[in-house]
Design a binder for this molecule. Structure first.
Ligand SMILES: [Zn+2]
Length: 392
């Protein structure tokens, strides 16, 4: 965080310098344009083909010299700005760790013959999922990616959410209406009707909005009494000539903020309903990576002893990554209650006949020939009756 603040300071300096130069340049240019225009008007007043008066010739040559001088000055000032911009780049280098090779020594494995197509598929899938079909098509064609599903349920949701954020709740409302029986306990329908009501008030007048509200809101009145009252009162500030609204109506009357809020709710509710992950596999991996890399880097710096370094497995992280609410949980993991080890492909979880689950290594250790006594219940069974469990 300190690193971000450090870079932000330098970035702020560069931005304010840039803005100051921009304002100054615009002003200087406007002045010169006015002077040129004035002179042109003055000259055009004279009869055609008549020579310039001595004063006019002097003013003209002065102005030409002035323009030349200003252009020179502007290009010098612009060149000086480069130093400030390059300082931001240096600040990024200074504040952030550039080389993470020690944490991810196998980064080149993304380029191996086996992994490269998987990476490319993940990228294409991400693009299609975000509703960027055209970009995805070009990528698939140029990279020669095979077998990627072009349409996915999430892309349709993404389009509804984007329209909602841009102020058009119609596609999202249509989607929600088709699933109204599944959304009985969701706050989504009410949120969408609210956005639509306020949009109607803006575009067609408060009368149309009230008519819509009368049709749609009664079904939600019991659950959203307070918000409903606030929405209806907010209409008063959308009538022509209404004064500035009180602070607690700002959220409802800020069209963009309300749209963005509703779009976020829409994606959350729709993903939960359709059992879709809110992030694409690629976005999820990038997010998890971004969260874990600083911690990994710290641990790596401290793990210099050979025995400790051996704990750094190739396919397993030495620490747990908290992905937060938006990260979701992607994989179920199983730790053997007997050996206290996380299950792996080589040592998968096995379900015993009695229903208890232990790892295969533990099963082999506990088995006495063809007999096995469950370590949790005394049920005796044959080890061959245990079944491997697969997590999807
Ligand atoms: Zn048992």
């Amino acid at each position: 965080m300190d690193s971000c603040l450090g870079v932000e300071q330098d970035l702020d300096k560069a931005t304010s310098k840039f803005n100051a130069l921009n304002d100054h340049t615009n002003k200087v240019l406007e002045d010169i344009i006015t002077q040129v225009e004035d002179l042109r008007k003055e000259i055009s007043k004279q009869p055609p083909n008549s020579p310039l008066t001595q004063t006019q010739a002097m003013v003209l040559s002065d102005l030409a010299a002035n323009v030349k001088q200003t252009v020179f000055q502007m290009s010098t000032e612009h060149r000086e700005l480069h130093a400030t911009v390059s300082r931001v780049g240096k600040s990024i280098d200074r504040h952030f760790i550039v080389d993470y090779a020690s944490v991810a020594p196998k980064a080149e494995s993304f380029c191996s013959d086996t992994n490269r197509p998987i990476m490319e598929q993940a990228i294409a899938q991400h693009l299609y999922r975000e509703g960027l079909e055209e970009v995805g098509d070009v990528f698939v064609e140029e990279a020669g990616v095979g077998a990627v599903e072009r349409t996915c349920a999430f892309a349709a949701l993404q389009r509804c959410a984007a329209a909602l954020a841009a102020g058009d709740p119609a596609p999202a409302l249509h989607w929600a209406q088709r699933r109204s029986h599944q959304l009985l306990h969701s706050p989504l329908p009410f949120a969408l009707h609210t956005v639509h009501t306020l949009k109607l008030a803006r575009e067609q007048g408060v009368g149309a909005a009230i008519e819509y509200a009368r049709e749609q809101f009664p079904a939600h009145a019991a659950r959203h009494e307070k918000q409903l009252a606030a929405t209806v009162c907010a209409l008063a500030w959308l009538t022509p000539g209404a004064g500035p609204p009180p602070a607690h109506y700002h959220r409802l009357l800020d069209q963009r903020a309300l749209g963005a809020e509703a779009a976020e709710l829409f994606l959350r509710e729709a993903c939960a309903l359709l059992r879709l992950a809110p992030l694409s596999p690629l976005a999820g991996a990038v997010m998890a990576g971004a969260r874990v890399i600083p911690a990994l880097h710290d641990i790596r710096a401290k793990m210099t002893h050979q025995h400790v370094a051996a704990a750094w497995a190739d396919d397993e992280l030495p620490l747990e990554v908290e992905l937060g609410a938006e990260g979701g949980g992607y994989h179920s993991v199983f730790a053997c209650p007997i050996l206290r080890q996380q299950a792996s492909d080589a040592n998968p979880p096995m379900r015993l006949l009695c229903g208890h689950v232990i790892s295969r290594d533990a099963l082999h250790k506990l088995a006495m020939g063809v007999k096995l006594k469950c370590p949790y219940c005394p049920m005796e069974q044959s080890p061959s009756e245990a079944r491997q469990i697969y997590f999807s």
